[in-house]
Design a protein around this ligand. Structure first.
Ligand SMILES: [Zn+2]
Length: 273
């Protein structure tokens, strides 16, 4: 069976896909991926991001591609004030569905240093203000920084919602993001029975606030991994495995889950249909 699916988080623009992107786009469409979002992380990729969105949308029998430019907290050392100006210029000139991915990331010890972390916060707040100014939802990247992201969203009175991508928080954090109007992005991590925290969040909240994503080329579902020694590239073609695993985890049929996560995706992204 094939159900209409929305891949709400991809890096399908990166060079890993240059040799076979069009072919994968056709395959993704064939397995039900009707739409996908191309998400920004550094200013140096913005022009390719836009070029590839344009190319993908020229293809027949391929998913509709949306643009979400943004400056990712993990790459904080690379960002400059001029990059925020470039981002604003793109928001003015292009049809963007969201700003992403933005947030806070303290996974690396050096990112916990006061000055670096402060810079992450400044760029996050600046981009939330751009989102307010241009009336866009945001796609959040949060690693080991849930409390601070929640604090900033509240302090900035951010009401436009969006998606907390590859959600890795616990039940209390999930509840807080949902209350602020966010959907939670479910990746191929769901295929891992050891992802206990994620399974608990899903069991607790059900389907109401979930959306699907591949986060390709990362987060390859377990079933699609070819080796334990090297990383297997993830692609939008694998999205049905995320659906399948979510349906199993919820004890529901795939058709019901697909219809609801589709509706949730449109709501989170303020799309009419
Ligand atoms: Zn990402």
């Amino acid at each position: 069976m094939r159900f209409p699916l929305f891949d709400t988080h991809t890096h399908f623009d990166v060079p890993d896909f240059d040799h076979d992107r069009n072919q994968l786009a056709h395959q993704a469409k064939a397995v039900g991926v009707e739409r996908l979002i191309l998400i920004g992380f550094t200013e140096s990729r913005f022009s390719d991001l836009m070029k590839i969105q344009h190319e993908l949308n020229q293809l027949q029998d391929a998913p509709i591609s949306y643009l979400a430019p943004g400056l990712h907290p993990f790459y904080i050392e690379q960002h400059l004030p001029a990059h925020l100006e470039r981002l604003e210029q793109i928001l003015k000139q292009q049809s963007c569905i969201a700003i992403g991915e933005i947030g806070l990331d303290t996974f690396l010890p050096q990112h916990k240093q006061a000055d670096i972390y402060q810079k992450q916060k400044q760029y996050f707040i600046h981009q939330l203000n751009l989102a307010k100014q241009y009336d866009k939802p945001v796609l959040l990247h949060i690693r080991k920084a849930h409390a601070d992201v929640l604090h900033i969203l509240k302090h900035q009175h951010f009401k436009l919602g969006g998606i907390a991508h590859a959600f890795s928080g616990g039940i209390e954090e999930a509840k807080a993001f949902i209350q602020l109007g966010f959907k939670l992005g479910i990746t191929g991590q769901i295929t891992n029975p050891n992802a206990k925290k994620l399974h608990r969040v899903i069991t607790e909240f059900g389907l109401e606030h979930l959306v699907l994503e591949t986060d390709c080329p990362d987060m390859t579902p377990l079933c699609c991994q070819e080796s334990t020694e090297y990383r297997t590239r993830n692609t939008p073609v694998n999205l049905p495995f995320v659906l399948q695993s979510l349906a199993t985890s919820l004890g529901m049929n795939e058709e019901t889950v697909a219809a609801k996560v589709w509706e949730n995706s449109l709501n989170a992204l303020k799309l009419v249909q």
